[in-house]
Design a protein around this ligand. Structure first.
Ligand code: FES
Length: 149
């Protein structure tokens, strides 16, 4: 069997795992140079790469309520970043922080939520909010805060 045929028959999960291991090895090689790299180092790095590849996996804890503000083209031109800024200000999020210290909220941006006709769009805990304004967004957060109190 030719190498190309073998490659085509590989299960996609096997290919993905192989690629993660290779990337882990290359990352370690770049960091440590030609120092000894153990198999355990490579597998640990591959697991970290796997965890950070998928958007729903994260190495840092997320808040109980996850707010995703769309910054795709349609939403961006309709001012979605004003909403994002208003939410960050309402929750007193520190620079570069996405999650409140009490782990109640995480604020993220996403590229497109697939509801461009409702732009600007945000999603709070899987509930879509269309044609959102900064005031509407802050009101939604205040409602959750009132429920949580
Ligand atoms: S660009 Fe925001 S939903 Fe598509």
């Amino acid at each position: 069997m030719s190498p190309n045929l073998q490659e085509e028959k590989l299960d996609p999960r096997v290919k993905r795992t192989r690629n993660l291991i290779q990337q882990g090895f290359m990352d370690l090689l770049a960091e440590k140079g030609f120092q000894t790299i153990s198999v355990q180092d490579i597998t640990e790095r591959a697991e970290i790469n796997r965890a950070t590849f998928y958007a729903h996996f994260t190495l840092v804890p997320k808040g109980k309520h996850v707010v995703r503000v769309c910054d795709g083209t349609a939403c961006h031109v309709k001012g979605s970043m004003h909403t994002y800024d208003a939410l960050r200000e309402r929750l007193n999020l520190a620079a570069n922080a996405q999650t409140t210290p009490d782990l109640l909220f995480t604020i993220e941006t996403v590229s497109c939520l697939g509801a461009c006709g409702l732009a600007p769009v945000m999603v709070i805990d899987h509930k879509v909010h269309g044609q959102v304004t900064p005031a509407k967004a802050v009101a939604a957060i205040d409602a959750i805060l009132a429920e949580e109190a």
